[in-house]
Ligand binder design. Structure first.
Ligand SMILES: *[C@@H]1O[C@H](CO)[C@@H](O)[C@H](O)[C@H]1NC(C)=O
Length: 298
């Protein structure tokens, strides 16, 4: 009893000695310390789990992904990791995507080196009434076809796989790569990649989309152009040689994907495109046409 009283007396005495303002400040200090302390604690919880108080499984393949995503178990043919392929929507009319740094400079240089010995003047799919002679000048590049299987370096295999992931169109739906070379003045007048049956006759399969991988920079000119993007230049004055509309400047390693067909399978008129003449330097590009039918069935 005595001791208790004594303690009580001591605390009272101390309070009296230090004064009420000090006790008041002490209370404020502990209140603020507690408040900010708890805030910090919850913030760090957020950082770790992304979503508060939801623990995540630790089954992940890379550090980067584990910090950002909570992956699901994949199906038999799926991936156990996240694929990150940055892109910019260039246009909805036509549906066109730009993929910066899709391939490395080394990959591009290797593809150019493997294509060089096989280059031949590019040809056109001819419509009724067209001949090689009367279509001269429409497409003046040279090129060659090479499939991923033919490339012993394995580079085209890697690129093809990446294109399939970016488009979710299976690799078996792609034609062989068409590697093209444009020198100063060389061009490709505006055209469609899809084949309109009324012009080209019945088709076994149709080109759905085109993926262009720019293998080189071009000093000047050589842009890919979509002259009637979003309904531009449709007043009837458009000349198929004009380099106008949406222009995409080739940069080594960058990719361009555009769809020639609407989701309902009809040809998108705004997918009309061409290659502006090279003004300075040279242009190298690898094109992959993606079809609606499995190409292995042919
Ligand atoms: C297909 O889709 C386009 C774009 O949405 C539309 O303009 C066109 O009328 C459609 N054609 C058919 C046959 O459904």
């Amino acid at each position: 009893m005595k001791a208790k009283t004594g303690k009580g007396n001591w605390s009272l005495k101390t309070t009296k000695k230090l004064g009420l303002p000090f006790v008041f400040l002490l209370c404020i200090f502990f209140f603020l310390a507690g408040f900010f302390g708890s805030t910090l604690f919850f913030q760090s919880q957020d950082d770790v789990f992304g979503v508060r108080s939801r623990p995540r499984p630790r089954l992940r393949t890379s550090l980067f992904e584990s910090a950002e995503y909570d992956l699901l178990p994949s199906g038999e043919t799926g991936d156990e990791s996240i694929t990150s392929i940055p892109f910019q929507v260039l246009s909805w009319k036509p549906r066109a995507l730009y993929f910066p740094n899709f391939a490395t400079a080394e990959q591009c240089e290797s593809i150019i080196a493997m294509a060089k010995p096989g280059l031949k003047p590019s040809t056109l799919a001819l419509r009724k009434g067209e001949t090689a002679e009367n279509t001269k000048g429409i497409r003046t590049s040279s090129g060659m076809f090479i499939s991923a299987a033919e490339d012993k370096t394995g580079i085209l295999d890697v690129i093809e796989e990446k294109i399939a992931r970016a488009t979710m169109l299976p690799r078996t739906h792609g034609e062989a790569f068409n590697v093209l070379h444009y020198e100063v003045g060389q061009r490709y007048n505006s055209h469609y990649d899809a084949f309109n049956p009324s012009e080209y006759g019945p088709q076994k399969s149709q080109r759905v989309a085109s993926f262009l991988l720019y293998l080189s920079d071009v000093v000047a000119g050589g842009e890919s152009m979509f002259p009637i993007e979003n309904g531009l230049n449709m007043d009837g004055s458009y000349n198929f040689q004009d380099c106008i509309g949406l222009k995409v400047k080739p940069r080594q390693g960058d990719g361009l994907l555009f769809y020639s067909l609407f989701p309902n399978g009809t040809i998108d008129p705004t997918s009309l495109h061409g290659s502006c003449p090279v003004i300075k330097g040279e242009k190298w590009v690898a094109t992959k046409w993606l079809r609606d039918q499995d190409q292995d069935d042919d």
